[in-house]
Design a protein around this ligand. Sequence first.
Ligand code: FMN
Length: 402
Amino acid sequence: MPKDTSKFYNIEDLRQQAKRNLPHGIFDFINGGAEDGIAVETNRAAYTNLKIKNRVLIDVSKRSTETEIFGKKIAMPYGISPTGAAGLVYYGGEIGLAKAAAKMGVPCTVATNALLPMEEIAEAAGGNLWFQLYMWADKEMSMKFLERVKAAGFDTLIVTVDGPVGPNREYNKKNGFATPLKYTPKLLAQLLVKPNWCYQVLLKQYVNRGEFKKENYPEELERSVLSAKEEMSVVKTDSQCWEDLRKIRDMWKGNLLIKGLQSAEDAVLAADEGLEGVVLSNHGGRYVDCAPAPLQVLAETKAAVGDRLKVIIDSGARRGSDLVKAMALGADMVMSGRPTLFGAAAAYEAGAYRALEIFHTEMDRVMAQLGLNSIDEIGPQIFWNPPEWVPQPAPLLRAAAE
Ligand SMILES: Cc1cc2nc3c(=O)[nH]c(=O)nc-3n(C[C@H](O)[C@H](O)[C@H](O)COP(=O)(O)O)c2cc1C
């Protein structure tokens, strides 16, 4: 495992190292999207197709990427999205991600599906930790679970709502990486060619905790991911509706957000329900394969909700310039899950921190190149020849009208 993370120059370098380190099925599980991978490509293309103009002879010597969200200062407008997978890249990976985020000064979201208990992560890492909730079929159980989240000290809750049914990821089945997890000869063959992974994940997991479990599930549900009693009854969520969210709103007095919407219509409904924010997301292209990129619906969403709630965006950000582009379209913050997972797979906590450092350095550099001193100065004036889903900046409209 490399100690010097400075040789990873960008997120793609971390992804390539993750590919070398992880068993094939685990890498595919993290890297892949749904069905044909179209949404994964759409997410990247939305960012890379937006061209930004430099500006010259502007004093940018006092520039800063700092901003704040929900009353807390953050080093840049970026946070780590929830993923249940950090413990699969190295044992204790959830703590590594959270510590990296705390060191950088950005939020990190702990997932319901984490392989470590939320209390352990919070105690070991501290920092600006948010919690992500998947509601279960038993709604009462979900409500009781929230008491535990509150008691653990989380003040920001993201309810993920884009999975009324499970996703279609055929490669997982082909790789033998599906729930219930079975140690088939095919899976074992992939694991055994990665002895370091077997030591860092399998051995440490079994020595420290026994078989893999979703440690945050209530006792009644807590089960091994090897268990055949998986899915259906417990995680069946196709009856969820706004009424369920209202119950959560009634009991959760902290910041409440939903994640996984892809339309201004749903964001307006969220604002009507009194939520503090939404996370525009297509789950990194892991659910609806022909979904738009959240970036493409960001401006229309922001126009529809204004300042009624925070509009956070995730799915596809890989460069500091992507954070600048999203902020120019009205985002309050950007999130992503894979970059820090790749980082953690490449070099544990230091690798996750390296991913954050790359975002930060790149954002700082591009702000200077664009003549921007602060987050507040970022706006649609940075775009050159933007597509129709980018609002025209006011001065350009004025010039056109004259
Ligand atoms: C391996 C993996 C596991 C994930 N698990 C969860 C999860 O448990 N809960 C959730 O809300 N989103 C989950 N997500 C989605 C992320 O929160 C986020 O929406 C996605 O990673 C954004 O795409 P990006 O990382 O490519 O930018 C997961 C994503 C990945 C890649």
